[in-house]
Write a protein that binds this ligand. Structure first.
Ligand SMILES: [Zn+2]
Length: 128
């Protein structure tokens, strides 16, 4: 998202009252970054006016990083939603399994009662 190719229509006036030249930075930290500067060199009485045109590389990098983080957040939110859905379906399955287990328990208890009845009756009949 560099604006280095953008055309500058802005007319910036420095403290001397002159319109500024567009200049390009040659320092390592801001290489190729354009700025408005006073036409007159400082040692010839220029005001030393200075204003960046292009955003700093650091800001650009931070913006990109922010975009990445936002995208990651979005992905994580989506995954969380997905996991939430899975969790709900697992909860439902667990409920079903518990119900089945309770049902099986009840059947088993009934069977035990029947078997006990059978033996009790058999013993009773035997005694009689
Ligand atoms: Zn000036």
């Amino acid at each position: 998202m560099s604006q280095n190719s953008g055309i500058i229509n802005e007319n910036v006036i420095c403290n001397c009252g002159n319109s500024c030249n567009v200049r390009t930075s040659r320092t390592v930290n801001n290489l190729g970054r354009r700025f408005f500067g006073c036409k007159m060199p400082k040692d010839k009485g220029g005001c030393g006016y200075f204003k960046w045109i292009d955003p700093s590389l650091e800001v650009e990098l931070l913006k990109e990083k922010l975009k990445e983080v936002e995208e990651e957040m979005y992905t994580l939110k989506y995954k969380m939603k997905e996991l939430g859905g899975k969790f709900d379906s697992l909860k439902q399955k667990l409920k079903e399994i518990k119900q089945e287990r309770d049902c099986a328990k009840a059947k088993f208890n009934r069977l035990v009662v029947v078997v006990l009845c059978f033996f009790t009756c058999k013993n009773y009949l035997w005694v009689v």
